[in-house]
Write a protein that binds this ligand. Structure first.
Ligand code: 26Q
Length: 803
């Protein structure tokens, strides 16, 4: 199906007229977006259907990635690119006097996730399709995504994100595949005359789960996988029982809004409803689909893998047990063997406060049958392990503890594989967080370092760099990222270095224009662009970055004639609405920005830009323009990080602690080409263990640090209402939980090294090139290949029409 420009033009005009009953010349940008989206969806629909059919025909094992979050980003450009028709469409639109770029900007960016975990899920969907692996996403179609962030007087204000306001052109509502999900009521088991117990229900709340399917387009391989997002509705046959909005509420609220917390878990009933709703609908539809394979049920693990993205979908384990026993009438042992072989689990955090523990009473009341099954899983686990491992280990690993259901324990016990998301993180799981489980089930543990899709984050976000790499080493790296290392051969080639530098400058100019447009701040594109983009959290230490900025500011004020390397500090970060400290940090940084940006003594030497509403689309604009990527979490706290990978792949040098995947980045790029500072994880553990850290001492003895800290509360920063003092107190009087002061000097020192290097542009650019050329190992394609081979045992399906 080779589309020509002329064919596109003709078909597009017709398409537009059919949809809007206007000629295309009269269309708004938004209408053009809709028409173009529908055009592309029609174009890919045959591949979508054929991919699904071919998997069944081949009897292919399929993986289902269960995640409460997906952050796919805008899909128009990505889909056209992966289909290989982006250039044709661009050309055609230009002939029609339309701009592809403006049309693409009209798409709503679905913010159906909080951050790293959700974006990882979407990178994985892209890789699964691009590797021709039968992989499906399973999640929730939230009516409102993660809140839209606004700043009012420097404070974060949350506004609802109504991403479905205009039509979502990518989704297909699938009325044929709905399921019923039951909540509450009473459940009991009744023996019947067929020799098994039947689960009987009364007074349940029945919710209709309606799937909306979205195509996940593979890169030029004619494969289109499926992302299935579920929406809650009243079952048609029960509509007559619902009269008022209040009565509808318990159903409509289930898929109304994404929980905006990514690090702090509160046991909210509605969240538990969301989790079970997604899981139950997902597992039911998988088992229904499995019947098409016509193989015995004991072969379910040969045809199906269910992946649990953090503990949020861990109820998939008891739900699969329920269906296998209550609906398929298997015995406990048969069901348990199938369940364990089918399920696998990824842990994404070691933060204690983020671990899910549901009150038993809540679980019992909301999900009585599921709770019965969890109780039985727990009983069997304890009975079996008590004699083998003794009291301590057994009770510490039990699922039911102190009145709560420990979801991580459920996930580990019910899965055949448990993985962390970077080497250090997996080591910490094995030696600390899940240590006892590692003793019981060493064979289950494995590492899968995260990855990113170069297609979105390099090919599309940074077309000039992509064209340069194509020119230097050919196009093979696009299908086979390992080829990127060939680009290292150009590290001494002056012409190439000049081109890399020029591309970076162009990207920075574009970002500078955008900064001026949305923030009204003028920045010098030749300044060093220093970027920290991620959720706001104390452990990620945006406040360490802020202290460094303050330090620079004070230095310039003290020594106005000293030459400095000009810097633009760029932030993007949302804080969870209930996370007071994180919001205080936002306010402080915004106030520092006001101070610095408006001080005539400072000029171009220092600028601070805090973008509103950081998300996938903004990341695509910022990352190609970054010189430094800030990865400054306290060692041991950041499971992996993924913005570190995106930034390096676009030629940013990493400013990093030895945390998460930073360590692997350092190993690949070489320690000369990264700025490392701060405590190691071991040093952190030691300081915590012997309780020897006294942050106040540092404040009292380190003059440079004291000056900076005092500026938080002595009126230097305008417009604060105690936020600076709150941060001061946490760092000085409450002993600085995340060792910000402890790492300060080492951080400033690393930043000074960065300045010195930036003053030698060719040297800088050489390191930048080496970062680009060393980024291939962090391709999500490799990560997914390892999941497929080691955990899911799913194959790549080449059908000979890969194109
Ligand atoms: C749990 C219960 C109730 C409400 C919300 C939550 C919740 C939601 C989202 C808990 C955690 C999250 C998200 C976690 C997350 O994004 N973790 C990040 O995952 C990335 C991908 O593996 C890593 O790179 C990051 O290091 C990790 O912080």
């Amino acid at each position: 199906m080779n589309l020509t420009v002329q064919e596109f033009i003709e078909e597009y005009k017709t398409q537009f007229q059919t949809m809007f009953a206007y000629s295309y010349e009269e269309g708004t940008t938004e209408q053009h977006y809709t028409a173009l989206g529908i055009f592309i969806k029609n174009y890919l629909s045959r591949h979508w259907k054929e991919t699904r059919e071919s998997y069944i025909k081949e009897g292919a094992k399929q993986v289902y990635y269960f995640s409460m979050e997906f952050l796919p980003g805008r899909q128009l450009r990505n889909n056209a690119y992966n289909l290989g028709i982006l250039d044709i469409i661009k050309e055609g639109l230009t002939e029609l006097d339309l701009s592809f770029d403006s049309i693409a900007e009209a798409e709503a960016d679905p913010a159906l996730g909080n951050g790293g975990l959700g974006r990882l899920a979407s990178c994985f969907m892209d890789s699964l399709a691009s590797l021709s692996i039968p992989g499906n996403g399973n999640g929730i179609r939230y009516q409102y995504g993660l809140f839209r962030q606004k700043f009012v007087d420097g404070y974060q204000v949350e506004v609802p994100e109504n991403w479905l306001r205009n039509r979502n052109v990518w989704e297909t509502r699938n009325n044929k595949s709905t399921c019923l999900v039951r909540f509450g009521g009473n459940v009991w088991l009744e023996p019947n005359d067929k020799g098994y117990y039947e689960a009987k229900y009364e007074n349940t709340l029945n919710v209709l789960a309606v799937p909306y399917d979205t195509p996940m387009v593979g890169y030029r391989n004619n494969k289109v996988n499926n992302l299935r997002l579920w929406s809650a509705e009243i079952p048609v046959e029960e509509e007559a029982n619902y009269h008022t909005l209040d009565e509808i509420q318990p159903i409509s609220e289930i898929t109304q809004v994404l929980y905006p917390d990514d690090s702090n878990y509160e046991g909210q009933l509605l969240r538990l409803k969301q989790e079970y709703f997604m899981v139950s609908a997902g597992v039911q539809s998988i088992i229904r689909h499995f019947r098409k394979y016509n193989v015995p049920r004991k072969n379910i693990p040969d045809k199906i893998a269910i992946h649990i993205n953090d503990t949020h979908p861990a109820l998939a384990i008891p739900e699969l047990m329920r269906i296998l026993m209550d609906e398929e009438h298997l015995t406990w042992d048969q069901a348990w063997e199938i369940t364990q072989k089918t399920c696998s689990y990824t842990n994404h955090t070691i933060l204690r406060e983020a671990l899910e523990k549901w009150p038993i009473d809540m679980m019992k009341e909301l999900l009585p049958r599921i709770y019965m099954i969890i109780e039985e899983i727990n009983r069997r686990f304890v009975d079996y392990h008590l004699p083998l491992y003794g009291e301590r280990i057994t009770w510490q690993t039990a699922i039911l503890q102190n009145g709560v259901v420990n979801m991580a324990h459920l996930a580990v016990i019910g899965s055949h594989s448990v993985n962390g998301v970077a080497k250090l993180h997996t080591d910490i799981l094995m030696s600390d967080v899940l240590k006892d489980f590692f003793e019981i089930y060493p064979e289950r543990f494995n590492n899968k370092t995260n990855g990113i899709t170069q297609r979105r984050w390099v090919h599309l976000a940074n077309p000039e760099l992509t064209a340069l790499i194509d020119e230097k080493i050919g196009e093979e790296w696009k299908r086979n990222p390992a080829e990127l290392k060939v680009f290292k051969g150009f590290e001494q080639d002056e012409e190439t270095l000049k081109q890399v530098a020029e591309i970076k400058l162009n990207n920075k100019k574009r970002l500078a224009d955008y900064i001026e447009e949305v923030k009204g701040i003028q920045v010098n594109p030749r300044a060093l662009f220093d970027v920290q983009i991620k959720r706001l959290h104390a452990y990620k230490r945006q406040h360490l970055n802020a202290l460094h900025i303050l330090h620079r500011y004070l230095e310039i004020k003290r020594n106005p004639d000293k030459e400095v390397v000009p810097r633009v500090f760029i932030f993007g970060a949302k804080a969870a609405p209930s996370y007071v400290y994180a919001k205080q940090i936002i306010k402080v940084i915004n106030s520092i920005a006001d101070l610095v940006n408006n001080d005539p003594d400072i000029g171009d030497k220092l600028k601070v830009v805090f973008f509103e509403n950081y998300g996938v689309s903004l990341a695509e604009k910022i990352i190609p323009a970054a010189d430094i990527g800030e990865q400054i979490s306290l060692a041991s706290m950041e499971a992996s990080g993924t913005s570190n990978m995106k930034l390096m792949a676009n030629g940013a040098l990493t400013m990093a602690t030895l945390d998460g995947a930073n360590i692997e980045i350092k190993d690949f790029v070489g320690e000369d080409n990264i700025f490392i500072f701060g405590l190691t994880d071991k040093e952190v553990y030691e300081l915590k263990a012997n309780q020897s850290y006294q942050s106040k001492e540092l404040y009292e003895t380190n003059e440079q640090l004291r000056r900076v800290l005092d500026a938080l509360k002595d009126g230097t920063i305008p417009g604060l209402n105690g936020e600076g003092s709150a941060i001061f107190d946490s760092l000085v009087h409450y002993n600085d939980e995340y060792f910000v002061l402890k790492d300060f000097e080492s951080y400033v020192d690393a930043q000074n090294r960065a300045d010195a290097l930036y003053a030698k542009p060719m040297e800088w650019t050489r390191k930048s090139l080496l970062n680009i050329a060393s980024s291939a190992p962090f391709s999500a394609d490799y990560t997914i290949k390892r999941y497929a081979d080691d955990i899911w045992k799913v194959k790549q399906y080449f059908t000979g029409d890969e194109g």
